[in-house]
Design a protein around this ligand. Structure first.
Ligand code: DQA
Length: 151
């Protein structure tokens, strides 16, 4: 389990590639998953990759990651801006957490500027497209290799 990285995705990200491609691009979530598994393997990690439109499901996966995950990458999508429950769940983790947003939320509508997740994340990656997930994997691998535990 210590060599497992969780990658969690929130609502509407199942439509990645089809939904507002001018903002989110044409890469699908299946492509992102394949890229994460490939890079995770190269870096020596198993990748657990999930997407849900349901807040409770994301919270349950965060709780599952408490059982020894090396790190957790999360794109909570719209829950970023609304969910104190996801904030609280992330707070219970001891492993590094990287928050990823495909778009630059700070350049967009004001309601996207606040994140309930950033204050409990080790780091955030925004506006790097789907490449942000790979940057996040590399960052967790770096934190693990350098012996940094927790956030
Ligand atoms: C997003 C940004 C959020 O504001 C939005 O609700 C999403 C995707 C991103 O990856 O850029 O669904 O998290």
């Amino acid at each position: 389990m210590a060599s497992t990285i969780y990658v969690l995705n929130g609502p509407n990200l199942n439509l990645l590639g089809k939904r507002q491609p001018e903002i989110y691009g044409r890469v699908t979530l299946a492509d992102v998953e394949a890229d994460c598994r490939r890079l995770g393997g190269e870096l020596g990690f198993d990748v657990v990759f999930h997407q849900s439109n349901a807040e409770f499901q994301i919270i349950d996966w965060i709780h599952e990651a408490r059982d020894g995950a090396a790190g957790l990458i999360i794109n909570p999508a719209a829950f970023t801006h609304t969910s104190i429950a996801i904030h609280d769940a992330l707070h219970t983790l001891e492993c590094p957490i990287i928050e990823v947003h495909i778009s630059n939320i700070h350049k967009r509508e004001a309601f996207r500027h606040h994140s309930h997740v950033s204050s409990v994340a080790t780091g955030t990656i925004v506006g790097c497209g789907t490449h942000g997930y790979l940057l996040a994997l590399r960052q967790i691998a770096h934190l693990v290799a350098s012996g940094t535990i927790g956030h």
